[in-house]
Design a protein around this ligand. Structure first.
Ligand code: ADP
Ligand code: MG
Length: 270
């Protein structure tokens, strides 16, 4: 497919509002959403939530509470059993299979297990995402080094995933998810395989991405992390929303305050 063709399709999609580019509407809305899987497991029950443009929110709760199900509903990997999910005001139930790629290219996704291509180096892992959406070679040559600098991996461009630490691999995954500057970034347990210090680095990176205007939703079962960035917290318990708090915090400790101060300082610098 030629770049010109891809660009025209993307423009048409924008005009038809298939993609989340409408400032006025919430980026993500759950309207009385329930999901019951084939086996009868109620993963999500009557969830109504709304996320504004530019928000940073955590979805927390123990394993099995429905976090990943929420993420999968947003990218239309699965359909709700009841209720409606809307992205930029557009109901996903009315979005045909054919149009799902337009939705997905506007949503960056980061997973716990990085999902990098093992036989490609860092540069190619990030470039691949742009290539599949039809970006021009000039665009790829410009954007990939730029994003690798942003995530602090400029010196690892030619390394392969198995030559990187877990934290570095996750940085590559974040770079790949963000290289196209999507309006929405989902991270499902992005620090699940990382030690606490590295986890904070990844969270800071997601926080910076959010500060650049992208709506960021992070699913995690690690309350320690949530305490370090005081942002909206939605807590699930067996599929039900049991808390939705604007500046959530489990407990304030010294390191939390230190971190909050550091973030404020960064904010003032920028
Ligand atoms: P979390 O991400 O918070 O750990 P999930 O959304 O993965 O939770 O799972 C919520 C519930 O749905 C769990 O009880 C889980 O066993 C069940 N579940 C998840 N995926 C499937 C599936 N594909 N088929 C059947 N049940 C599932
Ligand atoms: Mg999960």
């Amino acid at each position: 497919m030629s770049t010109e063709h891809t660009e025209r399709l993307a423009r048409q999609a924008r005009e038809r509002k298939d993609v989340p580019d409408d400032n006025a509407r919430p980026v993500v809305e759950f309207d009385h959403v329930s999901k019951i899987y084939g086996g009868g497991a109620v993963a999500v029950e009557d969830v109504s939530l709304s996320f504004k443009r530019g928000e940073f929110a955590f979805i927390v709760g123990p394993t099995g509470c429905g976090k990943s199900t929420c993420m999968r509903l947003i990218i239309k990997e699965i359909e709700p059993t009841e209720g409606e999910v809307r992205i930029a005001g557009r109901s996903l139930s009315s979005l045909s299979r054919r149009k799902i790629p337009y939705l997905r290219r506007n949503i960056g996704v980061v997973f716990q297990d990085y999902k990098l291509l093992p036989n490609r180096n860092v540069y190619d892992n990030v470039a691949y995402g742009l290539h599949v959406i039809g970006a021009s070679r000039a665009d790829i040559r410009r954007k990939v080094p730029e994003i690798l600098r942003l995530v602090g991996l400029a010196s690892k461009t030619r390394n392969y995933p198995d030559e990187l630490s877990g934290g570095e691999q996750q940085r590559v995954a974040v770079a790949r998810a963000f290289v196209n500057h999507p309006p929405l970034l989902l991270a499902d347990e992005p620090t699940g395989n990382l030690d606490p210090g590295t986890s904070i680095d990844i969270m800071r990176l997601l926080y910076r991405i959010n500060r650049a205007g992208t709506t960021v939703l992070v699913a995690t079962h690690d309350p320690g992390l949530v305490n370090k960035i005081r942002r909206r917290v939605i807590e699930l318990e067996r599929g039900l929303v049991i808390r939705d708090q604007q500046k959530g915090l489990y407990a304030v400790d010294e390191s939390t305050q230190e971190f909050a101060t550091r973030l404020r300082e960064e904010e003032q610098e920028e």
